[in-house]
Design a protein around this ligand. Structure first.
Ligand SMILES: CSCCC(=O)C(=O)COP(=O)(O)O
Ligand SMILES: [Mg+2]
Length: 237
């Protein structure tokens, strides 16, 4: 089946990048660098704002030091809690990691050929991920397939759109895309609750159930499900 659409919006983890690429490669890169980054960039408004949010969310007193803040952040990563201030700090650290050559993104093998084909066919694409926009752009700038930043016209995260499991976030993204009819936006994600929220906003949805990924055996309800982007056909006509 070919979906005739105006936009494709893609999730990252589990949809185009293996979960291990985020939870092992990127999280392990961030873990030892969080404390030093906070200490070295205390006056950066992004860092100061993130630290204030972490204190508030975790109920830490003003007197709590970097070690206590980092312990909270490690706990959130262990629990895969994608809290916005954590994603802000990770994104800054990853930006540096990609720029220095420490990090290079790797996607599922079907992803880059498919995205390049859609781009060549004039299909507009955007990303909606819990990873910060800064982290997203950095991750597409240095990949095993070269710089892929030109494939995407927009990037959305939990700051400029909202939580991924709330329909209002998808309505905000539609507005950010210039207000196409919601049924002309196709969202691709591995998480059924995200697909539910997109569908509640009137979007078209396809679930990615990739073998070996955490949501491979999940109940996708009424959402169409594929195992690879090779099984997704889109056109703008
Ligand atoms: C450099 S982008 C890393 C993505 C990320 O941090 C993340 O948590 C992925 O979550 P998603 O919403 O894409 O499943
Ligand atoms: Mg995902």
């Amino acid at each position: 089946m070919t979906d005739t659409i105006d936009w494709v919006v893609l999730d990252i983890e589990g949809t185009i990048m293996p979960t291990s690429g985020v939870h092992v490669v990127l999280y392990d890169y961030a873990r030892p660098r969080l404390g030093p980054w906070i200490d070295a960039n205390r006056t950066d408004p992004l860092v100061a704002g993130a630290v204030a949010e972490i204190r508030a969310e975790a109920g830490l007193p003003e007197s709590a030091g970097t070690d206590e803040i980092v312990a909270v952040l490690h706990g959130w990563m262990d629990a895969d809690r994608k809290a916005t201030p954590l994603k802000t700090l990770q994104g800054l650290i990853w930006q540096r990691g990609y720029a220095s050559g420490d990090l290079v993104s790797e996607y599922f093998p079907d992803v880059v050929p498919r995205l390049r084909a859609w781009h060549a066919a004039g299909v507009p694409m955007a990303i909606f991920s819990s990873g910060s926009v800064a982290g997203q752009i950095a991750s597409f700038s240095s990949t095993t397939e070269g710089d892929l930043t030109g494939l995407f016209r927009h990037h959305f995260d939990t700051v400029n759109a909202g939580p991924k499991r709330e329909a209002a976030s998808y309505a905000a993204i539609a507005e950010g895309l210039g207000g196409p009819a919601p049924e002309r936006i196709l969202f691709l994600s591995d998480v059924p609750a995200e697909l539910d929220a997109a569908a509640a906003a009137g979007w078209r949805t396809i679930g990615l159930a990739r073998p070996g990924e955490p949501y491979a055996d999940a109940d996708f309800g009424a959402h169409r499900v594929v195992a690879s982007l090779e099984d997704v056909e889109v056109s703008r006509a």
